[in-house]
Design a binder for this molecule. Structure first.
Ligand code: 4AD
Ligand code: MG
Length: 456
């Protein structure tokens, strides 16, 4: 029996190997006198394997059906190649598994991202999307490695919830009631007997686990019904949320910076082929920018200082700057790309623009929020130290119109063994965009969900 090899294993082989099997899709085929050249890709690597099939080998009679996109199996010998690659496959037999007629939409190279989004089920077969998906998987594994190495426990927070963590009211409703039935006037008959939603953040539940296990993190899908048609917002995205007991805002910033740098280092070391591809075809400044971020201590800048910098910049922003505004993407990018030319952690934001759970500072008007801003993206992480003082928390909730009885379990954490604690949320797709240089969030999600778009 011949040994089955992935294309990646064949390309990285240490020696010639007789009698191997390769299965994959045809990228190109060229027929010459007496033989055919085939480029085979099976998704295991960016590079394809070149194969040579001589006229007359078993299966050669179907060669004309082995067109771009067709699935085939080859058996043969891995031998040294006179061409660019080290190895090529000399086929001894060839077999058509699934043909691919002319209607295959990926015949030629160089399709627009818009067109490729309309065939999201086929685009993983292109070089770019294959590389993005492999990188997504490796980055997810690196996220887990980072937290497990720092003694965090991975907790699974619910996707269906009754509380609005961010208080922004951007939640998708979960219901078994027919929304078109005018008879449905209350949630009494609904599945949960109350209003329920898809989670916008696992933070509140993560806090309960942090106040038991010390250091925890969540990593899973999150949903936001915000009507933002930007290149950085999706309705369904993945978020990584560490939460640490006995930790203040400073400790939170240290972990956030370590986390980003760990991921960059990991990508540069263990994802070289795909990273070189992104640097060549997506963003020629990618590798130098990542190296720069890795080598630079993140600047720390209070919100009040940031507003002063923006006011003194002499730049005309679309959204006017004044103390109390929510920083917009243009402001964030000015700070990180033009002013500091490095990642920036902006902290101590006005209380009025942040959620109820953030710790109130002694000035009475700011809270211990922090956002990590990186060049090319803007906000990649948002976090805070949490309010651990029972009376201050309850006051803050009242001010924001939240009912104590809806959050009784959350408030209990401040009743029984309350401790300073902190955490943050990192948008996984924004991390992928940062690591790959891909400019649109729709292209780092396998099946992006955005306003008026839920295909596939
Ligand atoms: O800043 P956000 O809203 O913070 C929270 O949800 C906190 N509960 C996190 C915490 O402290 N545990 O979201 C965190 C991050 C953002 O910095 C951004 O990277 C990403 O999540 N994010 C989105 N990514 C894609 N599409 C969206 N619509 C996003 N909204 C937030
Ligand atoms: Mg935020």
């Amino acid at each position: 029996m011949s040994e089955k090899l992935l294309v990646k294993q064949a390309l990285n082989s240490e020696s010639e190997r007789p009698g191997v099997v390769i299965e994959g899709w045809v990228r190109t085929r060229r027929d010459s006198k007496g033989f055919s050249f085939l480029e085979i890709n099976d998704g295991s690597s960016l590079a394809s394997l070149q194969a040579i099939a001589d006229v007359g080998i078993p299966g050669y009679d179907t060669i004309h059906q082995m067109t771009t996109g067709a699935a085939i199996r080859l058996e043969g010998d891995l031998v040294e190649s006179p061409g660019k690659q080290k190895w090529e496959l000399r086929a001894t037999s060839i077999c058509l598994l699934g043909g691919s007629p002319d209607s295959y939409p990926l015949q030629k190279k160089g399709h627009s991202p818009e067109f490729l989004r309309s065939i999201a089920h086929l685009r993983p077969r292109t070089n770019l999307y294959g590389a993005i998906l492999r990188t997504r998987s490796k980055l997810a594994a690196a996220v887990h490695r980072f937290f497990l190495a720092h003694d965090f426990v991975w907790v699974h927070t619910p996707l269906i919830t009754a509380s609005d963590c961010e208080g922004a009211g951007e939640m998708f409703r979960v219901t078994t009631l027919d929304p078109l039935d005018p008879g449905n006037k209350s949630f009494d008959n609904d599945f949960f007997g109350k209003a329920a939603y898809l989670t916008v953040s696992g933070q509140l539940e993560a806090e309960t686990f942090a106040c038991a296990l010390g250091r925890v993190y969540t990593f899973g899908p999150t949903f936001r019904a915000e009507n933002s048609n930007t290149t950085r917002h999706a309705a369904e995205f993945w978020m990584i949320e560490p939460e640490m007991a006995f930790c203040d805002l400073h400790g939170d910033m240290v972990i956030a910076e370590d986390f980003i740098k760990f991921l960059i280092r990991d990508m540069l070391e263990s994802n070289q082929e795909d990273m070189a591809f992104f640097n060549k075809f997506v963003d020629k400044t990618l590798l130098s920018r990542l190296q720069h971020v890795l080598d630079t201590p993140f600047v720390r800048c209070s919100y009040t200082e940031a507003i002063d910098i923006l006011l003194q910049s002499g730049k005309k922003f679309e959204y006017p700057v004044s103390w109390g505004i929510n920083l917009q993407s243009e402001h964030e990018r000015y700070l990180t790309e033009e002013h500091f030319k490095s990642p920036v952690i902006v902290y101590n934001y006005p209380k009025s623009i942040k959620p109820f759970y953030m710790r109130l500072n002694d000035d009475g008007k700011t809270v211990t929020a922090m956002d990590v801003l990186v060049p090319g993206i803007g906000e990649i992480i948002g976090g805070s130290q949490r309010e651990e003082r029972l009376d201050v928390l309850i006051n803050h909730m009242k001010e924001q119109g939240l009912k104590e009885e809806d959050y009784w379990w959350y408030i209990d954490l401040r009743r029984f063994g309350s401790v300073p604690h902190a955490g943050f949320g990192a948008g996984f797709e924004r991390l992928i965009m940062f690591m790959t240089g891909v400019a649109n969030i729709r292209d780092v999600l396998p099946y992006p969900r955005t306003p008026r778009n839920c295909d596939f």
